[in-house]
Design a protein around this ligand. Structure first.
Ligand SMILES: Nc1ncnc2c1ncn2[C@@H]1O[C@H](COP(=O)(O)OP(=O)(O)O)[C@@H](O)[C@H]1O
Ligand SMILES: [Mg+2]
Length: 387
């Protein structure tokens, strides 16, 4: 039997409830017992949680309007609720290579993570799970937010020839770190934080939300092997090195990469292959010392790790991060945050909660300076970022 959903007024699913539901989804998926009735029962439970028992709103019908985005995991379209005209974003997931149909278990798990984080201002809101009457596919119905931070940054760079000014970056980072901290408090690691998985409010471009929990996992489940998941240029070194037991600090790393990209206007560790990403990381931050290497507990064969160390040493010994983000681009308080997030040793890396306590964020929380900073523009795009 499925556990019942939270009572009226419950705004979040507790971490243990999410863990229970996800464990059941996994069990049925592995056992091949995810029948139509079972899927419907999971959907009902998630939807009841989202609407305090009322699921009617999901069955009123939607008019599909236009495609919003297509990622590796799914397709998202803008739709309008027929009864109210409210716009929503509807996500369907693709079938994995070789599979005939999308894995409904994956969609249900994403829905569970979204439901657990529902109601947070910096995390995308879920309305529920519906079944498209024509294609019979299950989809996630979410708040429509606006374009991705990736598109927003591209437009800004095209127009101004540089990344965003520090004050705007601080405002965005404060929200992203707060959102990530809320996920971590709920026992969830996002694992794929990057500009295309961050949405910018269409009415106020200083408001952002994290989206796409398709790669998320439970911290409680972080028992080896955790696996290489996410997007290579934003992956933490311990994940790239196949450390079998990473933790939520992989999100801190990704947020450091996002911060760097917002400031410079370009991906910091642009790469397709894990080997390229590692080389670029060591080139910018220096080759980690022996202790850090030991901490990586990489499952890669020892000779391969040795080879990495040797190659890294040849390439660069020194940390060049300040050279890449000089004072004109980032104040010393801002740099302290960037450096704390982009620390190779996960044990020494800042957690998202600790980052929020850094002096950089001590400026007026209303960030009145930020909007003006954004409008007046920042420093020139830093030309030396060539990794
Ligand atoms: N709630 C939303 N509101 C507006 N656009 C969205 C929303 N959710 C996703 N998108 C758009 O769709 C794109 C793909 O969605 P995402 O959930 O990241 O799917 P994938 O798992 O395929 O990467 C995003 O990069 C974004 O542009
Ligand atoms: Mg995505």
């Amino acid at each position: 039997m499925l556990p019942s959903a939270g009572g009226a007024g419950t705004t979040t699913m507790t971490a243990s409830r999410v863990a229970d539901i996800i464990a059941m989804i996994d069990e049925h998926t592995i056992a091949g017992t995810m029948s139509g009735e079972r899927v419907a029962a999971f959907c009902a439970m998630i939807n009841a949680h989202c609407h305090d028992g009322s699921t009617e709103i999901l069955h009123e019908g939607y008019k599909l309007m236009r495609r919003l985005g297509k990622g590796s995991g799914g397709r998202v379209v803008l739709a309008q609720r027929r009864s109210t005209g409210q716009t929503v974003a509807v996500k369907t997931i693709h079938a994995r290579r070789g599979a005939r149909r999308p894995d409904v278990g994956e969609l249900l798990k994403e829905a569970c993570f979204l439901a657990a984080c529902r109601g947070h201002p910096y995390l995308v809101g879920l309305h529920g799970v519906v079944r498209d009457p024509r294609s019979r596919e299950y989809c996630l119905v979410m708040d429509y937010v606006g374009s991705s931070l990736n598109d927003h940054l591209d437009r800004h760079v095209e127009e101004h020839g540089r990344g965003f000014p520090e004050a705007y970056v601080r405002r965005v980072m404060r929200q992203l770190l707060t959102g990530a901290a809320a996920m971590h408090e709920r026992g969830i690691i996002h694992r794929d934080i990057k500009p295309t998985n961050i949405l910018v409010d269409e009415d106020d471009d200083s408001m952002v939300k994290l989206c796409d929990y398709g790669s998320a996992m439970l911290i409680a489940k972080a028992v080896p092997p955790c696996g290489l998941i996410g997007t290579v240029p934003y992956m933490a070194p311990e994940m790239l090195l196949e450390k079998p037991d990473y933790d939520e600090r992989v999100d801190s790393w990704s947020l450091g990469c996002v911060m760097a990209e917002l400031l410079s206007g370009q991906e910091l560790f642009q790469s397709v292959k894990t080997a390229d990403a590692l080389r670029k990381i060591f080139d910018a931050l220096g080759v980690p010392g022996k202790k850090t290497w030991q901490g990586f507990k990489s499952t890669l064969p020892a000779d391969q790790v040795q080879q990495w160390r040797a190659q890294g040493q040849e390439a660069q010994r020194q940390d060049r991060l300040r050279e890449l983000f000089p004072e004109e681009l980032l104040s010393s308080h801002g740099f302290h945050v960037l450096k704390g997030l982009l620390t190779c040793n996960p044990g020494k890396r800042l957690t998202v909660a600790a980052t929020l306590r850094c002096p950089w964020f001590k400026v007026d929380a209303t960030e009145s300076d930020d909007a003006s900073g954004f409008r007046s523009g920042g420093t020139e795009l830093h030309k030396h970022i060539v990794l």
